[in-house]
Design a protein around this ligand. Structure first.
Ligand code: PLP
Ligand code: SF4
Length: 361
């Protein structure tokens, strides 16, 4: 493997910073998922045509919003949208809307204090025992509410040698027992680059767990290939998947099959969701989502209160309503099917639970 670093040209398909890349032809040796990625929809007319909607059906659609954060939707995710429904919960997660241009007080570029948490290029630490590595700056889907839509991804490591400072830091820091590969999406790395990185992390003996924060099994299910599962199962460290799905309709068809594959291969798979107005902010939506997850073998982990990033104010659900949803959900589902409602507050030692837990209430 030692001849690998930088021997290959940086793959422009998967290494472009979020929000900037244009459509690229896949390389001749591209794998299935890379071809699927190259076929992702990137324009508003294509997106609307795919779900059988005319521009008049969706008056809030905005080309200006698209220009500030590029539209990107893989075909697989598109297929799980309901044709002819301008309020489809999957469509609304990816559709650029004029409301993104509204200025909302309290909504800022870096609401979660990522810039202050930098330990080395591409390495963030906020919490005891675990550090987060920005393994890739890109994603297969662009979620309009993304808390990282304003993050300066061009600073993220691009070539394998650029990870050396982060790896050096991790080798010295024996207190770090878990490395979270995040981004962007770490599974946007091609298998050879991913294997290179994971092997080096795996070689650090105090790193007990390698966690993948990824939306790819949900939005680009072909990424869950035999080769991927094989490379993860070879590692010494325990691998943990934390996926990201917000609505039951996402856990269907090829995405459900990809998740089953991870689960049946023995890897723990958890889900985090973001509470989003008009998308999953009802008890029924949350019940359906979390049932779909547990019925697939995926354990609900966090339900995040929206991070207040510029351009996302229209997605925010007030905290009292969020609490009400989760409390009612608890009366409908087994305890293990109810995610923890949390918010990320800069400077805290963990995510902050928002649930009402006082027994005297
Ligand atoms: C959210 C987050 C984590 C993970 O927190 P857990 O509670 O362990 O899931 C780790 N590091 C950073 C920087 C984070 O933002
Ligand atoms: S997949 Fe995650 S990081 Fe990527 S755009 Fe969506 S929310 Fe943001």
């Amino acid at each position: 493997m030692s001849s690998l670093p930088d021997a290959k040209p940086v793959n422009s398909l998967s290494e472009e910073p979020i929000g900037t890349s244009q459509r690229n032809a896949p390389p001749p040796d591209a794998s299935v998922w890379q071809r699927d990625l190259a076929n992702a929809v990137q324009t508003i007319p294509e997106l609307l045509a795919a779900v059988d909607l005319a521009a008049e059906d969706v008056p809030e659609v905005s080309e200006t919003a698209r220009q500030s954060f590029r539209l990107l939707v893989p075909q697989s995710f598109l297929k799980r949208m309901q044709s002819g429904n301008p309020h489809d919960p999957l469509l609304l997660q990816v559709l650029p809307r004029g409301a993104e241009l509204d200025v909302a007080p309290g909504f800022v570029a870096d609401p979660v204090g990522d810039s202050d948490a930098r330990q080395a290029p591409g390495l963030l630490q906020k919490y005891h025992g675990r550090a987060l590595l920005i393994a890739s700056g890109s994603c297969a889907v662009h979620c309009r509410y993304c808390f990282r839509r304003e993050y300066p991804y061009s600073e993220a490591p691009r070539r394998l040698t650029d990870w050396e400072p982060a790896l050096r830091e991790l080798r010295q820091r024996e207190d770090i027992t878990e490395v979270i590969l995040s981004g962007g999406d770490p599974l946007m790395l091609p298998d050879d680059r991913l294997a290179w990185l994971m092997d080096r992390l795996d070689a650090i003996s105090h790193v007990e767990r390698l966690r993948l924060h990824t939306r790819l099994p949900v939005v680009l299910p072909t990424r869950v290939s035999d080769q991927l599962v094989e490379l993860l199962l070879k590692l010494r460290a325990q691998v943990v998947f934390v996926i990201h799905a917000n609505h039951a309709n996402e856990i269907r068809g090829d995405a459900r099959a990809a998740l089953r594959r991870l689960v049946t291969s023995g890897l723990p798979v958890l889900n985090q969701a973001v509470l989003l107005k008009g998308i999953n902010d009802s008890v029924d939506d949350q019940e359906a989502l979390n049932r779909a997850l547990i019925n697939t073998g995926v354990i609900p982990y966090y339900l995040h209160q929206l991070d207040r990033v510029t351009g996302t104010g229209h997605f925010e659900v007030p905290v009292p309503r969020a609490r009400q949803i989760i409390e009612e959900l608890r009366t409908r589902l087994p305890g293990y099917a109810v995610p923890r409602l949390v918010q990320e507050i800069p400077g805290r030692d963990s995510k902050t639970p928002l649930e009402i837990r006082d027994a005297a209430r």
